[in-house]
Design a protein around this ligand. Structure first.
Ligand SMILES: [Zn+2]
Length: 391
């Protein structure tokens, strides 16, 4: 097959066109058409292939063959024969986003080099994630912010974006941001006088069409930094959605959206203070309950408490040199805490296994400390413990 003439090189805004069918073929088991000329952009250079319709049938992908022929992969057989004329129509909303994010990538790559001394190694402009890998291990936050600010200043400046094939003489005069990947027929995409890159992709005609570029993340990746960004309509939708969430949070906290972080910080501190107060009160309650227990020796007792209070009582008894073999019965079973004091020979783990074998339950532990929840009624707890004591 002969290379397909690329109509988007001359006019990236061309949405609808007519072209002669060069070949009817198949691609990955799906019907496919190669035209003599097309406005459909094939996946390349980090930009996804176009969708749309050809001869009224849905184009689900556009790919490029090694021969330079462009394959339109179709959802169904369009019933076109070689030599026929077909009408193609690009899914414009999708392509416009792709153009804007590709121009956004060039702009941000130029800005990251200018303000962050970080040359771009590769970029991926996917269906959801837009990333640029730059050859610098760690970029300070301030330099990322400066690069983002510069990119947005250049969007506000409404610079013209131009794509053309310079001749060898002109090309020699152009300072490209990176080396071209091809040796001949080098296409240059220029953003005003700010950035000149070799590129075969489709681009906006002016930077204002990007609306905004926002860096949404930067993480270290294989000795480089992977910068995630968003731009144009998709970026605007994401930023509006975040604003919506922040405003809703502001209403919840009865504060301005920008005061939400401070409100959350206060909530967190209040929570910490409340937890500390509960711990202190639980300790005082544990002391009060311990005061009602017999004064010396191991404590084998059923206590009206929850597992946390039981643990607190057990801890205090062990500190006082007393074994704590405790349970807190309720409607469906009992929480159990078995703590051994220093010098004692009680095997808490073995005792738990005996109790669980009798009544069923979930839990376990070691010789000095075991905890769990028994599934059945404990009845007379001291008698049950005594009957379970290992021989
Ligand atoms: Zn490019």
């Amino acid at each position: 097959m002969t290379p397909t003439r690329r109509l988007y090189h001359d006019d990236s805004a061309l949405r609808r066109f007519e072209a002669v069918v060069q070949a009817v073929t198949a691609h990955d088991g799906k019907p496919a058409i190669v035209l003599e000329a097309t406005a459909f952009y094939p996946e390349a250079g980090g930009q996804l292939g176009d969708h749309g319709t050809l001869g009224g049938v849905e184009v689900i992908d556009t790919q490029e063959l090694e021969s330079g022929a462009i394959v339109h992969v179709l959802a169904a057989d369009p019933g076109l024969a070689a030599g026929a004329t077909a009408t193609g129509e690009i899914d414009w909303a999708r392509r416009r986003q792709h153009m804007a994010q590709h121009t956004g990538q060039h702009l941000l790559s130029g800005a990251l080099l200018d303000r962050g001394n970080a040359p771009t190694v590769s970029a991926r402009l996917g269906e959801t994630a837009l990333t640029i890998d730059v050859a610098r291990d760690k970029i300070p936050e301030a330099e990322l912010a400066a690069a983002e600010a510069l990119a947005n200043d250049l969007i506000d400046d409404d610079l013209a974006v131009r794509a053309w094939f310079p001749d060898a003489g002109e090309l020699a005069q152009i300072k490209l941001r990176r080396d071209p990947k091809v040796a001949a027929d080098i296409r240059v995409v220029a953003i005003g006088d700010f950035d000149y890159s070799p590129c075969g992709g489709t681009h906006c005609s002016r930077t204002s069409q990007l609306a905004a570029v926002r860096i949404t993340g930067a993480e270290r990746y294989k000795g480089m930094t992977r910068v995630t960004f968003t731009a144009a309509r998709r970026g605007r939708a994401a930023l509006f959605a975040h604003d919506h969430v922040l405003r809703a949070l502001g209403q919840q906290f009865s504060c301005a959206p920008t005061d939400v972080p401070a409100a959350i910080d206060k909530l967190r501190k209040d929570g910490e203070a409340t937890r500390a107060e509960i711990t202190a009160l639980r300790g005082r309650l544990a002391d009060a309950i311990i005061a009602t227990l017999p004064g010396t020796g191991p404590v084998i007792a059923a206590i009206p408490a929850d597992a946390d209070l039981l643990r607190s009582i057990g801890g205090k008894l062990v500190t006082a040199g007393r074994d704590a073999l405790l349970c807190a019965p309720d409607d469906t079973g009992a929480a159990v805490v078995l703590f051994r004091a220093q010098g004692s020979t009680v095997d808490c783990g073995a005792l738990w296994k005996q109790l669980a074998a009798r009544l069923g339950g979930r839990g376990g532990g070691r010789a000095d400390r075991a905890e769990g929840r028994l599934a059945g009624p404990v009845g007379d707890w001291p008698a049950l413990v005594a009957s379970c004591a290992p021989a």
